[in-house]
Design a protein around this ligand. Structure first.
Ligand code: PMP
Length: 380
Protein backbone atom coordinates (compact mmCIF):
# COMPACT_ATOMS: atom_id res chain seq x y z
CA UNK A 1 0.00 0.00 0.00
CA UNK A 2 2.99 2.33 -0.04
CA UNK A 3 2.35 2.78 -3.76
CA UNK A 4 -0.87 4.68 -4.43
CA UNK A 5 -2.90 4.56 -7.63
CA UNK A 6 -2.50 8.01 -9.12
CA UNK A 7 -5.94 9.23 -10.17
CA UNK A 8 -5.19 12.93 -10.18
CA UNK A 9 -5.74 14.61 -13.54
CA UNK A 10 -2.09 14.23 -14.42
CA UNK A 11 0.53 12.97 -13.95
CA UNK A 12 -1.20 9.69 -14.70
CA UNK A 13 0.28 6.33 -13.65
CA UNK A 14 3.43 5.33 -15.55
CA UNK A 15 3.44 1.64 -16.49
CA UNK A 16 6.58 -0.48 -15.78
CA UNK A 17 7.55 -0.69 -19.44
CA UNK A 18 7.82 3.11 -19.65
CA UNK A 19 9.50 3.38 -16.24
CA UNK A 20 12.06 0.82 -17.43
CA UNK A 21 12.83 3.03 -20.41
CA UNK A 22 13.31 5.95 -18.01
CA UNK A 23 15.72 3.89 -15.92
CA UNK A 24 18.02 2.94 -18.78
CA UNK A 25 21.52 4.41 -18.41
CA UNK A 26 21.81 8.07 -19.28
CA UNK A 27 23.47 8.33 -22.69
CA UNK A 28 25.00 11.21 -24.60
CA UNK A 29 22.30 13.67 -25.63
CA UNK A 30 23.86 13.85 -29.11
CA UNK A 31 24.70 10.16 -29.48
CA UNK A 32 23.21 7.61 -31.84
CA UNK A 33 20.99 5.85 -29.23
CA UNK A 34 19.38 9.07 -28.17
CA UNK A 35 18.96 10.27 -31.75
CA UNK A 36 17.15 7.06 -32.70
CA UNK A 37 14.72 7.48 -29.80
CA UNK A 38 14.09 11.14 -30.59
CA UNK A 39 13.39 10.34 -34.24
CA UNK A 40 11.01 7.58 -33.24
CA UNK A 41 9.22 9.79 -30.71
CA UNK A 42 8.80 12.58 -33.28
CA UNK A 43 7.50 10.23 -35.99
CA UNK A 44 5.07 8.60 -33.58
CA UNK A 45 3.92 11.94 -32.24
CA UNK A 46 2.81 12.99 -35.72
CA UNK A 47 0.77 9.80 -36.01
CA UNK A 48 -0.85 10.43 -32.62
CA UNK A 49 -2.17 13.85 -33.71
CA UNK A 50 -2.81 12.79 -37.34
CA UNK A 51 -0.39 15.27 -38.86
CA UNK A 52 1.32 14.01 -42.01
CA UNK A 53 3.30 17.16 -42.75
CA UNK A 54 4.17 19.80 -40.14
CA UNK A 55 6.92 19.79 -37.53
CA UNK A 56 6.86 18.18 -34.09
CA UNK A 57 8.88 19.63 -31.19
CA UNK A 58 9.85 17.97 -27.92
CA UNK A 59 11.42 20.37 -25.44
CA UNK A 60 12.33 19.81 -21.78
CA UNK A 61 9.62 21.56 -19.79
CA UNK A 62 5.93 20.86 -19.37
CA UNK A 63 2.53 21.98 -20.61
CA UNK A 64 2.94 25.62 -19.71
CA UNK A 65 6.09 25.84 -21.81
CA UNK A 66 4.26 24.21 -24.70
CA UNK A 67 1.61 26.96 -24.39
CA UNK A 68 4.34 29.64 -24.52
CA UNK A 69 5.99 27.94 -27.48
CA UNK A 70 2.73 28.04 -29.44
CA UNK A 71 1.85 31.64 -28.68
CA UNK A 72 5.30 33.22 -28.88
CA UNK A 73 6.14 31.67 -32.22
CA UNK A 74 2.90 32.60 -33.96
CA UNK A 75 1.74 36.05 -32.92
CA UNK A 76 3.06 39.01 -34.90
CA UNK A 77 3.42 42.44 -33.32
CA UNK A 78 0.28 43.83 -34.97
CA UNK A 79 -1.83 40.71 -34.47
CA UNK A 80 -4.50 39.95 -31.91
CA UNK A 81 -5.21 36.65 -30.15
CA UNK A 82 -8.64 35.36 -29.22
CA UNK A 83 -8.56 32.98 -26.26
CA UNK A 84 -11.57 30.76 -25.58
CA UNK A 85 -11.54 29.80 -21.91
CA UNK A 86 -13.68 27.36 -20.00
CA UNK A 87 -11.53 27.43 -16.87
CA UNK A 88 -8.21 27.87 -15.12
CA UNK A 89 -5.97 26.72 -17.99
CA UNK A 90 -7.79 28.76 -20.63
CA UNK A 91 -7.24 31.77 -18.40
CA UNK A 92 -3.56 30.84 -18.23
CA UNK A 93 -3.38 31.25 -22.00
CA UNK A 94 -4.58 34.84 -21.46
CA UNK A 95 -1.99 35.35 -18.70
CA UNK A 96 0.79 34.26 -21.05
CA UNK A 97 -0.41 36.79 -23.65
CA UNK A 98 -0.41 39.44 -20.93
CA UNK A 99 3.09 38.53 -19.73
CA UNK A 100 4.53 38.94 -23.21
CA UNK A 101 2.48 42.00 -24.15
CA UNK A 102 0.51 40.17 -26.85
CA UNK A 103 -2.82 41.82 -27.73
CA UNK A 104 -5.67 39.51 -26.84
CA UNK A 105 -9.33 39.13 -25.97
CA UNK A 106 -10.72 36.33 -23.87
CA UNK A 107 -14.13 34.77 -24.34
CA UNK A 108 -15.12 32.82 -21.23
CA UNK A 109 -17.81 30.28 -20.52
CA UNK A 110 -19.11 29.70 -17.01
CA UNK A 111 -17.08 26.97 -15.25
CA UNK A 112 -18.52 23.55 -16.03
CA UNK A 113 -19.58 24.62 -19.52
CA UNK A 114 -17.68 25.44 -22.72
CA UNK A 115 -17.73 28.33 -25.19
CA UNK A 116 -20.24 27.41 -27.92
CA UNK A 117 -18.97 27.35 -31.50
CA UNK A 118 -21.44 30.05 -32.57
CA UNK A 119 -19.96 32.44 -29.99
CA UNK A 120 -16.61 31.90 -31.69
CA UNK A 121 -18.25 32.59 -35.07
CA UNK A 122 -19.64 35.90 -33.78
CA UNK A 123 -16.35 36.91 -32.16
CA UNK A 124 -14.30 36.47 -35.33
CA UNK A 125 -16.87 38.48 -37.29
CA UNK A 126 -16.66 41.32 -34.79
CA UNK A 127 -12.85 41.82 -34.81
CA UNK A 128 -9.89 40.69 -36.87
CA UNK A 129 -7.83 38.00 -35.13
CA UNK A 130 -4.57 36.38 -36.18
CA UNK A 131 -4.87 33.40 -33.87
CA UNK A 132 -7.50 31.57 -31.83
CA UNK A 133 -6.31 29.51 -28.84
CA UNK A 134 -8.59 27.00 -27.14
CA UNK A 135 -8.32 24.43 -24.37
CA UNK A 136 -9.55 21.01 -25.45
CA UNK A 137 -10.20 19.66 -21.95
CA UNK A 138 -9.81 22.12 -19.09
CA UNK A 139 -8.51 20.14 -16.15
CA UNK A 140 -10.02 22.57 -13.64
CA UNK A 141 -13.62 22.05 -14.75
CA UNK A 142 -13.68 18.77 -16.70
CA UNK A 143 -15.20 20.63 -19.64
CA UNK A 144 -14.39 19.25 -23.10
CA UNK A 145 -14.62 21.93 -25.79
CA UNK A 146 -16.03 21.23 -29.25
CA UNK A 147 -12.65 21.58 -30.97
CA UNK A 148 -13.92 20.04 -34.20
CA UNK A 149 -16.86 22.46 -34.41
CA UNK A 150 -14.46 25.35 -33.74
CA UNK A 151 -12.30 24.06 -36.59
CA UNK A 152 -15.31 24.25 -38.93
CA UNK A 153 -15.93 27.86 -37.88
CA UNK A 154 -12.26 28.74 -38.48
CA UNK A 155 -11.88 26.86 -41.75
CA UNK A 156 -11.03 29.26 -44.62
CA UNK A 157 -10.85 32.20 -42.15
CA UNK A 158 -7.07 32.48 -42.43
CA UNK A 159 -6.91 32.54 -38.61
CA UNK A 160 -4.37 30.22 -36.99
CA UNK A 161 -5.96 27.63 -34.72
CA UNK A 162 -4.10 26.48 -31.59
CA UNK A 163 -5.44 23.67 -29.40
CA UNK A 164 -4.20 23.01 -25.86
CA UNK A 165 -4.41 19.24 -25.68
CA UNK A 166 -2.53 18.83 -22.39
CA UNK A 167 -5.46 16.91 -20.87
CA UNK A 168 -6.68 15.38 -24.15
CA UNK A 169 -4.02 14.50 -26.72
CA UNK A 170 -3.73 10.76 -27.09
CA UNK A 171 -6.95 10.07 -25.19
CA UNK A 172 -9.44 12.18 -27.13
CA UNK A 173 -9.34 12.51 -30.91
CA UNK A 174 -7.44 15.49 -32.39
CA UNK A 175 -6.97 15.31 -36.16
CA UNK A 176 -4.64 18.12 -37.13
CA UNK A 177 -4.66 17.71 -40.92
CA UNK A 178 -8.31 16.79 -41.39
CA UNK A 179 -9.70 19.41 -39.07
CA UNK A 180 -7.21 22.18 -39.89
CA UNK A 181 -5.55 22.58 -36.49
CA UNK A 182 -2.32 24.60 -36.71
CA UNK A 183 -0.78 23.67 -33.39
CA UNK A 184 -1.55 20.91 -30.94
CA UNK A 185 0.33 21.70 -27.76
CA UNK A 186 0.47 19.12 -25.03
CA UNK A 187 2.62 17.46 -22.38
CA UNK A 188 3.95 13.99 -21.58
CA UNK A 189 2.30 13.31 -18.24
CA UNK A 190 -1.38 12.83 -19.00
CA UNK A 191 -2.84 10.74 -21.83
CA UNK A 192 0.65 9.75 -23.04
CA UNK A 193 1.24 8.03 -19.71
CA UNK A 194 4.88 9.20 -19.63
CA UNK A 195 6.55 10.88 -16.65
CA UNK A 196 6.29 14.70 -16.52
CA UNK A 197 9.11 16.71 -18.05
CA UNK A 198 8.36 17.44 -21.69
CA UNK A 199 6.68 20.26 -23.58
CA UNK A 200 5.15 18.82 -26.74
CA UNK A 201 4.13 20.96 -29.72
CA UNK A 202 3.20 19.95 -33.25
CA UNK A 203 3.16 22.82 -35.76
CA UNK A 204 1.32 22.60 -39.10
CA UNK A 205 3.07 23.74 -42.28
CA UNK A 206 1.00 26.92 -42.15
CA UNK A 207 2.13 27.55 -38.58
CA UNK A 208 5.76 27.00 -39.61
CA UNK A 209 5.32 29.50 -42.45
CA UNK A 210 3.91 32.03 -39.98
CA UNK A 211 6.94 31.59 -37.68
CA UNK A 212 9.37 31.94 -40.57
CA UNK A 213 7.61 35.15 -41.58
CA UNK A 214 8.13 36.78 -38.18
CA UNK A 215 11.34 38.85 -38.02
CA UNK A 216 11.79 38.02 -34.31
CA UNK A 217 9.90 36.46 -31.42
CA UNK A 218 10.02 37.32 -27.69
CA UNK A 219 11.69 34.01 -26.85
CA UNK A 220 15.08 32.34 -26.87
CA UNK A 221 14.70 28.82 -25.37
CA UNK A 222 11.10 28.70 -26.64
CA UNK A 223 11.99 29.81 -30.20
CA UNK A 224 11.14 26.85 -32.42
CA UNK A 225 13.60 27.94 -35.10
CA UNK A 226 16.43 27.26 -32.62
CA UNK A 227 15.00 23.76 -32.04
CA UNK A 228 14.13 22.90 -35.62
CA UNK A 229 17.68 21.78 -36.61
CA UNK A 230 17.75 19.45 -33.57
CA UNK A 231 14.37 17.94 -34.40
CA UNK A 232 15.60 17.34 -37.97
CA UNK A 233 18.96 15.97 -36.82
CA UNK A 234 18.98 14.97 -33.12
CA UNK A 235 22.78 14.59 -33.04
CA UNK A 236 23.00 18.41 -33.13
CA UNK A 237 23.03 20.56 -30.00
CA UNK A 238 21.01 23.54 -28.87
CA UNK A 239 20.22 22.88 -25.19
CA UNK A 240 20.64 19.61 -23.31
CA UNK A 241 17.39 17.63 -23.51
CA UNK A 242 16.04 15.46 -20.69
CA UNK A 243 17.68 12.34 -22.09
CA UNK A 244 15.93 9.74 -19.93
CA UNK A 245 12.58 11.47 -20.10
CA UNK A 246 12.83 11.63 -23.88
CA UNK A 247 13.57 7.91 -24.08
CA UNK A 248 10.63 7.14 -21.77
CA UNK A 249 8.42 9.33 -23.95
CA UNK A 250 9.52 7.42 -27.05
CA UNK A 251 8.48 4.19 -25.32
CA UNK A 252 5.16 5.76 -24.31
CA UNK A 253 4.39 6.63 -27.94
CA UNK A 254 5.16 3.02 -28.91
CA UNK A 255 2.71 1.77 -26.29
CA UNK A 256 0.06 4.12 -27.71
CA UNK A 257 0.49 3.08 -31.33
CA UNK A 258 0.57 -0.60 -30.41
CA UNK A 259 -2.86 -0.14 -28.84
CA UNK A 260 -3.93 1.90 -31.88
CA UNK A 261 -5.31 5.41 -31.64
CA UNK A 262 -8.91 4.50 -32.45
CA UNK A 263 -8.89 1.78 -29.76
CA UNK A 264 -7.32 4.19 -27.33
CA UNK A 265 -10.02 6.81 -27.88
CA UNK A 266 -12.75 4.18 -27.53
CA UNK A 267 -11.15 2.85 -24.35
CA UNK A 268 -10.97 6.32 -22.82
CA UNK A 269 -14.67 6.86 -23.60
CA UNK A 270 -15.58 3.48 -22.11
CA UNK A 271 -13.56 3.99 -18.94
CA UNK A 272 -15.05 7.45 -18.44
CA UNK A 273 -18.52 5.93 -18.69
CA UNK A 274 -17.59 3.17 -16.25
CA UNK A 275 -16.09 5.57 -13.68
CA UNK A 276 -19.15 7.82 -13.85
CA UNK A 277 -21.57 4.91 -13.57
CA UNK A 278 -19.68 3.79 -10.47
CA UNK A 279 -19.64 7.26 -8.92
CA UNK A 280 -23.34 7.82 -9.64
CA UNK A 281 -24.13 4.51 -7.94
CA UNK A 282 -22.54 6.02 -4.81
CA UNK A 283 -24.76 9.09 -5.03
CA UNK A 284 -22.14 11.47 -6.47
CA UNK A 285 -23.12 14.11 -9.02
CA UNK A 286 -20.88 15.91 -11.49
CA UNK A 287 -19.76 19.52 -11.58
CA UNK A 288 -19.51 19.63 -15.37
CA UNK A 289 -22.60 20.02 -17.55
CA UNK A 290 -23.42 16.60 -18.99
CA UNK A 291 -22.97 17.58 -22.66
CA UNK A 292 -19.46 18.89 -21.88
CA UNK A 293 -18.11 15.83 -20.07
CA UNK A 294 -14.56 14.81 -20.93
CA UNK A 295 -13.33 11.27 -21.41
CA UNK A 296 -10.12 12.03 -19.52
CA UNK A 297 -11.30 13.25 -16.11
CA UNK A 298 -14.37 13.75 -13.99
CA UNK A 299 -15.00 16.68 -11.67
CA UNK A 300 -17.20 15.33 -8.91
CA UNK A 301 -19.41 17.21 -6.41
CA UNK A 302 -19.22 16.15 -2.78
CA UNK A 303 -22.50 15.04 -1.26
CA UNK A 304 -23.76 17.16 1.66
CA UNK A 305 -21.63 16.58 4.77
CA UNK A 306 -18.58 14.98 3.15
CA UNK A 307 -15.43 16.96 3.92
CA UNK A 308 -12.89 17.33 1.10
CA UNK A 309 -9.72 16.91 3.15
CA UNK A 310 -11.08 14.02 5.24
CA UNK A 311 -12.37 12.21 2.15
CA UNK A 312 -9.15 12.58 0.18
CA UNK A 313 -7.10 11.46 3.19
CA UNK A 314 -9.34 8.39 3.58
CA UNK A 315 -9.11 7.65 -0.13
CA UNK A 316 -5.34 7.89 0.11
CA UNK A 317 -5.34 5.43 3.01
CA UNK A 318 -7.36 3.11 0.81
CA UNK A 319 -4.79 3.26 -1.98
CA UNK A 320 -5.80 6.07 -4.35
CA UNK A 321 -4.99 9.74 -4.93
CA UNK A 322 -7.42 12.25 -6.40
CA UNK A 323 -7.05 16.04 -6.64
CA UNK A 324 -9.04 18.77 -4.95
CA UNK A 325 -10.89 21.53 -6.75
CA UNK A 326 -9.18 24.62 -8.16
CA UNK A 327 -10.26 28.22 -7.57
CA UNK A 328 -13.89 28.66 -6.53
CA UNK A 329 -14.49 24.89 -6.58
CA UNK A 330 -11.87 24.20 -3.86
CA UNK A 331 -13.41 22.12 -1.08
CA UNK A 332 -16.57 21.48 -3.10
CA UNK A 333 -15.36 18.95 -5.67
CA UNK A 334 -12.65 16.40 -6.27
CA UNK A 335 -11.04 15.84 -9.64
CA UNK A 336 -10.41 12.30 -10.79
CA UNK A 337 -8.30 11.51 -13.84
CA UNK A 338 -9.03 8.42 -15.91
CA UNK A 339 -6.53 8.67 -18.69
CA UNK A 340 -3.36 7.21 -20.11
CA UNK A 341 -2.57 3.54 -19.60
CA UNK A 342 -5.06 2.87 -16.82
CA UNK A 343 -6.63 -0.61 -16.84
CA UNK A 344 -10.20 -1.80 -16.22
CA UNK A 345 -9.00 -3.61 -13.08
CA UNK A 346 -7.50 -0.39 -11.74
CA UNK A 347 -10.84 1.35 -12.26
CA UNK A 348 -12.65 -1.35 -10.32
CA UNK A 349 -10.00 -1.15 -7.56
CA UNK A 350 -10.45 2.64 -7.46
CA UNK A 351 -14.23 2.35 -7.08
CA UNK A 352 -14.01 -0.29 -4.39
CA UNK A 353 -11.52 1.89 -2.51
CA UNK A 354 -13.87 4.84 -3.00
CA UNK A 355 -16.72 2.93 -1.33
CA UNK A 356 -14.55 2.19 1.69
CA UNK A 357 -13.22 5.75 1.91
CA UNK A 358 -16.67 7.27 1.63
CA UNK A 359 -18.08 5.00 4.30
CA UNK A 360 -15.21 5.85 6.66
CA UNK A 361 -16.01 9.59 6.44
CA UNK A 362 -19.74 9.07 6.98
CA UNK A 363 -20.87 9.02 3.35
CA UNK A 364 -23.28 6.51 1.84
CA UNK A 365 -22.08 2.91 2.05
CA UNK A 366 -21.65 1.45 -1.41
CA UNK A 367 -21.53 -2.26 -0.61
CA UNK A 368 -20.32 -3.11 -4.07
CA UNK A 369 -22.86 -0.98 -5.94
CA UNK A 370 -20.28 1.17 -7.70
CA UNK A 371 -18.14 -1.78 -8.75
CA UNK A 372 -21.20 -3.58 -10.13
CA UNK A 373 -22.30 -0.44 -12.03
CA UNK A 374 -18.83 -0.04 -13.56
CA UNK A 375 -18.59 -3.75 -14.40
CA UNK A 376 -21.85 -3.52 -16.32
CA UNK A 377 -20.18 -0.90 -18.54
CA UNK A 378 -16.78 -2.59 -18.78
CA UNK A 379 -17.93 -6.20 -19.18
CA UNK A 380 -21.49 -6.10 -20.49
N1 PMP B 1 -3.26 23.02 -20.00
C1 PMP B 1 -4.06 22.13 -19.40
C2 PMP B 1 -5.37 21.81 -20.01
C3 PMP B 1 -3.63 21.49 -18.23
O1 PMP B 1 -4.41 20.60 -17.64
C4 PMP B 1 -2.37 21.81 -17.68
C5 PMP B 1 -1.83 21.14 -16.44
N2 PMP B 1 -2.69 20.51 -15.63
C6 PMP B 1 -1.60 22.76 -18.34
C7 PMP B 1 -2.06 23.34 -19.49
C8 PMP B 1 -0.26 23.15 -17.81
O2 PMP B 1 0.59 22.07 -17.86
P1 PMP B 1 1.86 21.88 -16.90
O3 PMP B 1 1.33 21.75 -15.51
O4 PMP B 1 2.46 20.61 -17.43
O5 PMP B 1 2.72 23.08 -17.08
Amino acid sequence: MSHKLLLIPGPSPVVPRILDALARPTVSHVGADMAADVRLALDNLKKIVFCASGEPFLIAGAGTLSMEVALLNLVGRDERVLVLSQGYFGDRMGEICESFGLAFDILRSPWGEVVPADSLARAIQAKPYGLVAVTHVDTSTGGCAPVRAYAEVLRDSGILYVVDGVCATGGVEERMDDWGIDVVLTAAQKCFGAPPGLAVDVFSERAMAQRRGLPSVPAYYADILRWLPIMKEPTKYFSTPGVNEMRAFAEATKVMLEEGMESRFTRHALYAEAVRAGLEALGFSFFTRRDCWADTLSVVNYPEGVDDKAFRAAYFENGCVVAGGLGATAGKVFRMGHMGNLTADEILFALEAMERALESVGGAAGRGASVRAAERVLRP
